[in-house]
Design a protein around this ligand. Sequence first.
Ligand code: KIV
Ligand code: ZN
Length: 522
Amino acid sequence: MTNVTDQDRVVIFDTTLRDGEQSPGATMTHDEKLEIAELLDEMGVDIIEAGFPIASEGDFKAVSEIAERSKNSRICGLARANFADIDRCWEAVKHAEKNRIHTFIGTSPLHRAIPNLTMDEMADKIHETVTHARNLCENVQWSPMDATRTEWDYLCRVIEIAIKAGATTINIPDTVGYTAPVESADLIKRLIETVPGADEVVFATHCHNDLGMATANSLAAVAGGARQIECTINGLGERAGNTALEEVVMALRTRNDIMPWHTGIDTTKIMHISRRVATVAGFPVQFNKAIVGKNAFAHESGIHQDGMLKNRENFEIMRPEDIGLSGTSLPLGKHSGRAALRDKLETLGFEVGDNQLKDIFVRFKDLADRKKEVFDDDLIALMSLDDDDDRLQLVSMKVTCGTGGQAESTVELEFDGKDVIATEHGDGPVDATFKAIRAIYPNKAHLQLYQVHAVTEGTDAQATVSVRLEEDGMIATGQSANTDTVVASAKAYIHALNRLIMRREKAGPGADTREISYKDLT
Ligand code: KIV
Ligand code: ZN
């Protein structure tokens, strides 16, 4: 819960569903957004920036529904500096018990040139729009976009105007990831000391990771007096991403001796939400990513293992349990029953109903038949598999590979209830298989990303495959896991196609296509 009277409390503002989701390829479906919002709410995020309501009908619906469902978090929507954006934003967030309008305008010389406003004209616009937002909502955040490249005097002037017009939070974005820790701390400190009325509002920091300093810059801003950090799960976001929630939260917790501030985050929920965001956004987490990477708690080398056995604190500054990783991970096998499966899924953060359990149990048995031991990561991969309602379903496939790289793939798909078979040749089994799928379901989607990860170790390990497709500006991602990499690839490709079909179907009346390009904003 937000408690701004406690001077050491840092408010966590999560923008995974807005700044994170605007990253090309990270588009989430409506239901996925609701799921992520629920997880953010449960983990104790103070403010959820749920979207940009005027950007599309889909964003508006998602923000409205998240607002209706929120239990603890304040729900925020983004709006540019005009009345239409602000009104639309209010229409969406007003359903929440606690809401916020976040309005912004680019104040640096480069960004002022976009709407071609003079400094005075922009100052007037800020006064008008923040006043308008505040007349609708008692909680208003204002951001001078590209603040870290805005002239000092002008920055102070516009912040003072926004405070006088009723802004309750002033966010200082480092839009292009340009600042550095010393400068970040100094900027916030000087603003708080200089701008009249600054002590009556909360200062926020919003950093991008272009130079790999987003976490350091955010923490430095807190040292300078900021009491709200804007961040995303896994650091999701455009270009090099935003500040990673898990990094700032765990840094404050682990080094509380030198950073005496705290958040309200239940850190044991970090791992589960990290995995879900990676899956639904189609952005796998890099193996050595701080806190949530697969290797973050793995101690492979002999010396490290020896040290760990003597005393885990030799090499571990955080406990895996603190972020929700189960310390001991006993694998399941083909003799494990439904109760054991349910129990394990619950410890991994998945709550499943009886019908869902039945379905997962069938998939689990199938996997356990192919794989001696089913590890936690295998189950997590199993939980993100395809949907029975999909229009395209894989029925069977057969692949033959030659030594020269040429391969032949025969794929049988069910498309709208009808079985169709195609055989194609290609440069390797995956290429041949994708060609066969395209022969059955012709499309001009461009393959933007194809990534394979081994879920666990050994030659019987499952491979998770991520595929990202782009067609006429629409992006869809798909994932799948299987002990056979080519089958996982086919399923991931089909999963992405199904999502593309779904998005295209929705692009009828009331389409969920973006009317506003986020590229215009940053
Ligand atoms: O990076 C940025 O400047 C933003 C603003 C819209 C706050 O995301
Ligand atoms: Zn941003």
